[in-house]
Design a protein around this ligand. Structure first.
Ligand code: C2E
Ligand code: CA
Ligand code: CA
Length: 775
């Protein structure tokens, strides 16, 4: 018989259900009153009727549809048998008893049981009425068969319509929708022939010995088992489809809420149960459940345990577990995605946001600023002299410095500001809604935090940084603002340690000029258009020329470019290596002319960049120059200004070059990054004291004292000392009287000059000393 799916039974239709139940029970009472005790004498139908009804009722056929399906019970075939073999009252009494026992032994809710009892008994009574009415007195006639079939239809119709009304009241929808479902006709088509089987049994029972009924048991049992297998099979196929769809969908769910929602929806669809809950406690008595893992949290997917035609409790629980596994997988995937996204958006070393996030937030901040009329500022920070830290203490120590620095930076900014790492030793701070006072305050805090130092392998390392600031304007996008802050930082670097520069358009223009110049310089280097000027170096006491420093010269569009500028560009673009090669080659070529001034040994000093020491071909070029210079000495000057990177490659190169008889000079001594402690480890022979140290020695006592102690240090290390920047006689006098510096260099003595000038100067110098010139 069709039954209302248990999960649709809610309190709204309660009254209707109870009314149906009352009708059924009243009919039962009337039947009971009408049964003559003699009619209940021992007979096979009476004995077997009730258990048979209960057993057959357990094997309904399910015709599926969206609302949960129609269950078609075959137990009414027993009713037909009873009606055709017994006194109608007795038959109905046994039937009613069967219905009662069937319902009372199921695990349905009691309202469902009550309704089903009412419907079962009422439908039985209606069927009886139709049978008696149509059959009349004749038994074993075709008319009786027609009567049985009509009774079966009447039974089905009663049950079906009553159930549909109940569902309609419950769900507040129209009855028609529930009457005309997919599968209704199929259900009737299965139902009627099955009930006629009950009639066949009656015919056999009337004419043949009772035991022949057993023959009917075979097709009956086969049919019931087959029905159940088909029902289960179809249900399993349906569940697989739902599960598969759920698994596929789980791959694309965007967040946890979506996964949980899908889990509940899919469970309802899968089990055809409305009441499926997600909670933190495991299933209790009369419940089934499955565990869902969501990282640290555990949820339980729980439903009521119900034995139903379409499935067993065990099958339902398995289905829940499968869905729970799908959801757990989805959670794991989400967690993995979150982690990946975090990794992709954060710097792995410091866990600070990276450039990507910075640009996003910058864009967002710009939009807000435009709306609120506030201003966005970007502070671009670059550590000063971080590379030597890396080289001297190793990369692990360098990393530790950066990590320490990251947390320092974060403690210096306001909560709403973003600190990002852009790579290497570059950081940025985004100020959303800021004014100049705030930015300056934060920058000062950062500087003093850096000065407090970071501990590296037990040593406190004091750091400094340069920074550029760019204020967001109306036309700026995130990229352009970042570039401006970057350019301002470059400008700050050029101004010295700890400087901060606010971006102005002129900075951008000078940067552009540099880019254009770099292109032209590349061409000039390739065409060997770089010239060499020589500035003689003289002995302090006698004024005699002992050597010359080679200085690069470049004319751009007809006018000379300051070496500070084009050497800087060459350093930045890596062009310095090629440029150095050109200088060495020219010096080698000029050496022949210098050597021709026989009897005079004029050493040549060539400036090199630390980068050249790392370039593979460098040693060969040096060797070629040494060869060209014959007996004269070659000195390579390395500036201390940016700090000298003393890794093993550089040291090895220096030793190799040293073994060629080449000397090394530390240039710009006294202004650089490093202390003098490293001088002992290096193959260094000369220090060239920076012009800034000699600038005021003729005017200022402290300058004089400083220069004196610097030269003393040099000498105590066994190094020759050259003092640069001597422009006035008074400076030279101080030098002569108060220091032991052996050599000087400066405009007072000689300016840098082309090779012919140097040759003339050397000739004059030798002549003055009374030595005969060769030509
Ligand atoms: P530097 O090595 O310290 O060279 C000395 C600089 O001081 C030269 O500047 C020279 O012209 C200048 N000078 C000499 N006497 C005086 C003086 O009495 N007063 C003042 N105020 N300056 C004096 P220059 O030629 O402009 O070179 C600047 C820097 O460019 C050099 O400083 C050196 O670091 C770099 N440089 C020049 N040529 C080369 C090169 O071929 N390779 C490399 N790597 N760097 C070079
Ligand atoms: Ca120099
Ligand atoms: Ca110098």
């Amino acid at each position: 018989m069709p039954r209302v799916p248990a999960h649709l039974r809610t309190s709204a239709g309660w009254l209707f259900d109870m009314a149906v139940c009352c009708v059924g029970l009243t009919l039962f009472a009337v039947t009971l009153a009408g049964v003559h005790p003699d009619g209940l004498s021992f007979s096979l139908p009476v004995l077997l009727g009730v258990p048979l009804i209960v057993v057959v009722a357990r094997f309904p056929m399910v015709v599926d549809n969206r609302d949960g399906g129609i269950e078609v019970g075959f137990d009414s075939s027993i009713l037909m048998f009873l009606l055709c073999t017994l006194d109608p009252e007795v038959a109905l009494f046994i039937w009613s008893l069967g219905v009662l026992v069937t319902q009372l032994t199921t695990s349905k809710r009691w309202t469902s049981k009550a309704f089903n009892i009412g419907v079962g008994i009422t439908a039985g009574a209606v069927a009886e009425g139709v049978l008696l009415l149509v059959r009349g007195d004749g038994t074993g006639t075709p008319r009786e068969l027609v009567a049985v079939m009509l009774a079966a239809v009447a039974y089905f119709a009663t049950d079906y319509v009553t159930s549909a009304v109940s569902v309609a009241i419950d769900s507040g929808t129209g009855v028609r929708r529930h009457l005309w479902q997919r599968g209704t006709l199929l259900a009737v088509a299965c139902f009627v022939p099955f009930d006629t089987l009950g009639y066949l049994a009656a015919v056999v029972y009337r004419s043949e010995p009772a035991w022949t009924l057993i023959l009917l048991a075979v097709p009956l049992v086969t049919l019931l088992i087959a029905t159940r297998a088909v029902t289960r099979g179809r249900e399993n196929a349906r569940r697989l489809t739902v599960l598969f769809a759920a698994a596929v969908r789980a791959q694309t769910l965007p967040d946890r809420e979506a996964v949980l929602e899908a889990l509940i929806d899919d469970s309802r669809e899968l089990l055809h149960l409305k009441r499926v809950a997600l909670r933190s406690t495991p299933p209790g008595r009369l419940e089934i459940g499955a565990e869902v893992n969501d990282g640290d949290a555990t949820h339980w997917l729980v439903a009521r345990a119900m034995e139903r035609a379409r499935s067993t409790i065990a099958a339902d629980e398995e289905a829940l577990k499968a869905l729970a596994a799908v959801a757990s997988d989805a959670f794991a995937r989400l967690a993995l995605t979150e982690e990946t996204v975090h990794l992709a958006r954060h710097d792995p070393l410091t866990d600070l946001p990276n450039r990507g996030i910075l640009l996003d937030r910058l864009t967002h901040a710009q939009t807000l600023a435009r709306r609120h009329g506030s201003r966005v500022a970007l502070l671009f920070i670059d550590l000063d002299g971080f590379k030597p830290v890396n080289d001297r203490y190793g990369h692990a120590a360098g990393d530790a410095v950066l990590v320490g620095l990251a947390s320092r930076l974060q403690s210096c900014v306001r909560e709403a500001d973003t600190v990002a790492r852009l790579g290497g030793d570059e950081f940025a701070v985004l100020f959303e809604d800021a004014d100049a006072v705030v930015v300056e305050l934060v920058w000062e805090r950062i500087l003093s935090a850096l000065e407090q130092g970071v501990a590296v392998t037990g040593q406190l390392l004091r750091l400094s940084a340069s920074a550029g600031i760019a204020w967001g304007g109306a036309d700026d996008n995130a990229e352009s603002l970042l570039r401006k802050a970057d350019l301002a930082m470059y400008e700050a670097k050029a101004r010295g340690k700890g400087a901060v520069v606010v971006y102005e358009d002129s900075i951008g223009r000078s940067r552009l000029d540099r880019l254009i110049m770099a292109d032209d310089l590349r061409r000039a280097v390739a065409n060997r258009e770089i010239e060499v000027a020589y500035q003689p170096i003289v002995a302090t006491g006698t004024g005699r020329i002992v050597g010359a420093e080679a200085l690069a010269r470049w004319r751009h569009n007809g006018s000379p470019v300051s070496p500070e500028l084009f050497i800087g560009i060459a350093e930045d673009s890596g062009l310095i290596v090629e440029l150095g090669e050109v200088i060495l080659a020219k010096v080698a070529a000029d050496a022949a002319a210098l050597r021709a001034l026989a009897g005079s040994s004029v050493g040549i000093a060539v400036n090199i960049s630390a980068r050249q020491l790392r370039s593979p071909g460098f040693v060969d070029s040096v060797a070629a120059t040494v060869k060209a210079m014959g007996g004269s000495e070659l000195t390579l000057e390395i500036t201390e200004r940016q700090g000298i990177d003393l890794d093993t490659v550089v040291l090895e190169r220096m030793r190799e070059i040293s073994s060629l008889g080449v000397r090394f000079a530390i240039d710009d001594f006294g202004v650089g990054f490093s202390s003098i402690s490293y001088l002992a480890d290096l193959p260094v022979h000369v220090i060239k004291v920076d012009a800034s140290l000699s600038q005021f020695i003729d005017a200022d006592e402290r300058s004089k004292a400083l220069l004196r102690s610097v030269t003393l240090i040099g000498q105590s290390l066994g190094l020759e000392v050259v003092v640069e920047g001597i422009e006035r006689q008074t400076q030279l006098d101080v030098l002569r009287e108060h220091t032991d510096a052996q050599y000087v260099q400066g405009y007072l003595l000689y300016r840098p000059m082309p090779l012919p000038g140097l040759l003339a100067a050397v000739r004059d110098d030798r002549a003055a000393a009374g030595l005969a010139p060769v030509s």
